[in-house]
Design a protein around this ligand. Structure first.
Ligand code: PXP
Length: 241
């Protein structure tokens, strides 16, 4: 199963100071060198993390499976069509949300969503729709011509209730089997951690997980000892020690 690392929150950290550090493109190279199979980024309408210049650099400098996550707006479809990534994932986007809160309502997306899928797929881009793990959404994704679905794993991954987690996992398993039967590729993502990824990896139809926030947070926590030790050494050298 492929691991696509979402680098949005490297950009969030960078943007907090308005400079160039940490660099999401350097982060992309680092995660690929460490064994990731691809990079995901979400260019939001408000550019709150990844920005247009980051996207341009990713396409120019990073040779991997790039997954362009985006709302199905005219602006984003035009940008994505210009870059022609291997893959894109259409997501619902609300201005005020902290992160993508739920799957797409495909019926409500109507003709604009159908047109976006057709335009992008027509360019040879693998188009995924980010959906809830439910039969209706799988059928709708198939009906509008998507090649893949990415199941929203938030309810499964974020609950503290063991019964709810089990029932959400069952929903994911059932939805993945339905998607496979409909000829759709299956991806999963949102809120996944060390503790919750294993059960998703055990679902045979899942071809890709996309993980961002937890990995960037874990990189901070697991990386702190090494960077503090390095800073101590630099201070010691400065003192002539
Ligand atoms: N997949 C999609 C479609 C998403 O919108 C997100 C969140 O941006 C993710 C995966 C990754 O979720 P997380 O950052 O919680 O790992």
């Amino acid at each position: 199963m492929r691991l696509s690392v979402n680098i949005d929150h490297v950009a969030t950290l960078r943007n907090a100071r308005g400079g160039t550090h940490p660099c999401p493109i350097a982060a992309a190279h680092a995660v690929l060198a460490a064994g990731a199979d691809g990079i995901t980024f979400h260019l939001r309408e408000d550019r709150r993390h990844i920005r247009d210049a980051d996207v341009a650099r990713l396409f120019a400098e990073v040779d991997t499976r790039l997954n362009f996550e985006m709302a199905a707006t005219e602006e984003m479809v035009r940008l994505c069509a210009g870059y022609r990534p291997q893959a894109c994932c259409l997501v619902p986007e609300k201005r005020a949300e902290l992160t993508t809160e739920g799957g797409l309502d495909i019926a409500a997306g109507g003709a604009p969503l159908r047109d976006a899928v057709a335009r992008l797929a027509g360019l040879g881009i693998e188009v995924a729709l980010f959906i809830e793990p439910e039969a209706r959404a799988v059928e709708a994704a198939h009906a509008i011509g998507a090649q893949a679905v990415e199941f929203h794993t938030g309810r499964y991954a974020e609950t503290g209730d063991a019964d709810l987690r089990r029932s959400e996992l069952d929903r994911l398993r059932t939805a993945a089997a339905l998607a496979e039967a409909a000829g759709l590729l299956c991806h999963a993502g949102h809120g996944l951690t060390y503790d919750t990824v294993g059960a998703i990896a055990a679902i045979p139809q899942m071809e890709e997980v996309s993980i961002g926030h937890f990995l960037i947070g874990a990189a901070v926590m697991e990386g702190l000892p090494a960077v503090v030790q390095r800073m101590r050494r630099e201070i010691a050298v400065g003192r002539g020690g």
